[in-house]
Ligand binder design. Structure first.
Ligand code: PHE
Length: 520
């Protein structure tokens, strides 16, 4: 940059700063590629005035894939007037953000086609189902006016089931026992002086006081169970009937319930979590509306991708399109198979992430027996069966029907179910769920739909896993010529819509900066 250019930019920025304040100045600096690092992290959407500053217009961009990453790219670029076309191979938009309702058809690769026969108002989030508060997905819901409600990710009344148990335990019971015994062990070890080298006398007193609360242990530091375990008959006019004394420490450890209790300890799964009202695809619907349906071509499978000296050329089923830039958001394993001229290292990099199988089944019931009989309002039962989890709906409480997710599994379990016909998946899922909920789990079923993401055309996986974040991962963060990559697979938020959105924002920011810099 020459001194005179620097002066001009400085004068310009000072002018912007005086007129619009620091926010406007930083936005302009971001657009000019001058913002300091910390500021660059805050996303500033491209805006028409960015071009006014440079006296140039927006570019033409072809976006491959109308999933959450592709739609977010088109939405953000569209804010500044970029001319975006989104090519989508499927005949519907949304990618893995898929909500199935009555009449929806679901076709698998080399497999059967199911038709959802749900009652009116029933929906099945076959893909993403929960959003953490801190995720950018929440910002898009706010910005796009998508109403949200609580998603119950943890319910003390849900069950924990481990093979060999005669009856499932309530999560609260399992937790009371595990916390109780852990508290007892630690309190007794501390009391016996085993931790004296680590703890001062004050530390020991404070720890003891915490452990009494944590485990509900007695003055003698022994865990004997407590009302935290729950009741056979809850207190009311009478004192109720507690579930009784805990199993031995050894039995509690053998039951392996810690698996279930720690599920929501991480930053991704902690309560409260959220879901859009009426189905996860409300996010897709809102993005499509904002992008403009006419900018999205469905049934347009991409068959070739070429960098040209001054643009890109994309061949698809139904035509060829030329643009200034491309953002490719298809799953990496599909991009790797696409004929392109981006070079062998790019193909090798795209082949590096490993697709992970994932599956779900939606079981619709005409009676919300989990609420009526089990007193479970939302939440998840954790099992060590091949179904892994059972999700109860976090909406429609007390209505006449509802949909339970009968399995949500990955890897081997997802392959196991994925290879079965829908009928057999259902019957296997019912056999497993019956171990927890009894005969009604089978007899009261109204309809069902199952998905094996590894068998979904144009997707072929639940998500991907990177053996390492070096090399390929880093290479694909950068554009290959005029082709940018985006998707949850390029982030540390894999298998979250937030990953797709964050990645889209990154690609948009870099593409926009380049357009502003190269057109002057
Ligand atoms: N986001 C998915 C889910 O909520 C998959 C996932 C699970 C991702 C756990 C990270 C951690 O189930």
């Amino acid at each position: 940059m020459s001194d005179s250019t620097a002066m001009t930019r400085r004068a310009l920025l000072l002018g912007v700063g005086a007129a619009g304040g620091a926010g406007a100045m930083f936005a302009a600096m971001g657009a000019l590629g001058l913002a300091p690092d910390a500021q660059e992290k805050a996303f500033v959407p491209p805006q028409p005035s960015d071009f006014a500053l440079r006296g140039r217009g927006a570019a033409k961009v072809v976006v491959l894939g109308a999933g959450v990453a592709g739609l977010t790219c088109a939405y953000e670029l569209g804010k500044a007037g970029y001319d975006c076309t989104v090519l989508e191979a499927a005949d519907r938009v949304g990618g893995r953000n898929l909500t199935l309702r009555a009449g929806d058809r679901l076709t698998e690769k080399d497999g059967e086609t199911q038709t959802a026969e749900f009652g009116e108002g029933t929906y099945f989030n076959a893909g993403p189902g929960r959003i953490a508060q801190w995720m950018v997905t929440m910002d898009y819901c706010r910005e796009l006016g998508v109403p949200i409600e609580t998603f119950v990710n943890n319910n003390a009344s849900a069950y924990v089931y481990t093979r060999g148990m005669t009856a499932p335990a309530r999560a609260r019971t399992a937790r009371a026992d595990l916390y109780g015994y852990v508290a007892e062990l630690l309190a007794k070890a501390t009391d016996a002086g085993a931790l004296n080298r680590r703890l001062t006398k004050d530390d020991r007193e404070r720890l003891a006081e915490f452990l009494r609360r944590f485990g509900d242990i007695g003055p003698d530091l022994t865990y004997r169970g407590s009302t935290r375990r729950g009741f056979e008959t809850y207190p009311g006019v009478t004192g109720g009937v507690p579930v009784g004394a805990p199993p031995s420490l050894s039995d509690v450890l053998a039951a392996g319930t810690g698996r279930a209790l720690t599920m929501d300890f991480g930053y991704e799964q902690a309560m409260p979590m959220f879901q859009p009202v009426g189905g996860m695809d409300a996010i897709v619907t809102a993005l499509v509306r904002a992008v403009g349906r006419d900018r999205i071509k469905t049934g347009a499978r991409v068959t070739g991708l070429k960098n040209l000296p001054d643009g890109v050329e994309v061949a698809y089923q139904g035509g060829t399109i030329r643009a200034d830039y491309c953002v490719a958001t298809l799953p990496p394993h599909l991009l790797a198979r696409l004929p392109h001229n981006l070079g062998a290292p790019i193909t090798a990099a795209l082949r590096t992430p490993v697709p992970v199988a994932a599956g779900k089944i939606g079981l619709e019931y005409g009676r919300r027996w989990w609420e009526i009989d089990d007193r479970i309002y939302g939440g998840i039962t954790e099992t060590d069966l091949d179904i892994t989890h059972i999700w109860y709906p976090s909406h429609g409480y007390h209505s006449g029907s509802g949909l339970v997710v009968g399995y949500y599994n990955t890897e081997e379990n997802a392959h196991l179910y994925g290879e079965l016909s829908h009928r057999d998946r259902r019957s296997r899922a019912l056999t497993q769920g019956k171990k927890i909920h009894g005969e009604k789990y089978r007899t009261e079923l109204r309809s069902s739909v199952s998905i094996a993401w590894q068998r979904q055309p144009h997707i072929e996986g639940g998500w991907v896993y990177w053996p390492s974040h070096q090399g390929a991962f880093t290479l694909l963060q950068r554009p290959a010529g005029r082709v940018y990559f985006a998707g949850d697979w390029l982030t540390h938020l894999i298998a979250w819509q937030a990953g797709a959105m964050e990645s889209a924002r990154k690609a948009v920011t870099e593409l926009h900066r380049r357009v502003l810099q190269t057109s002057s």
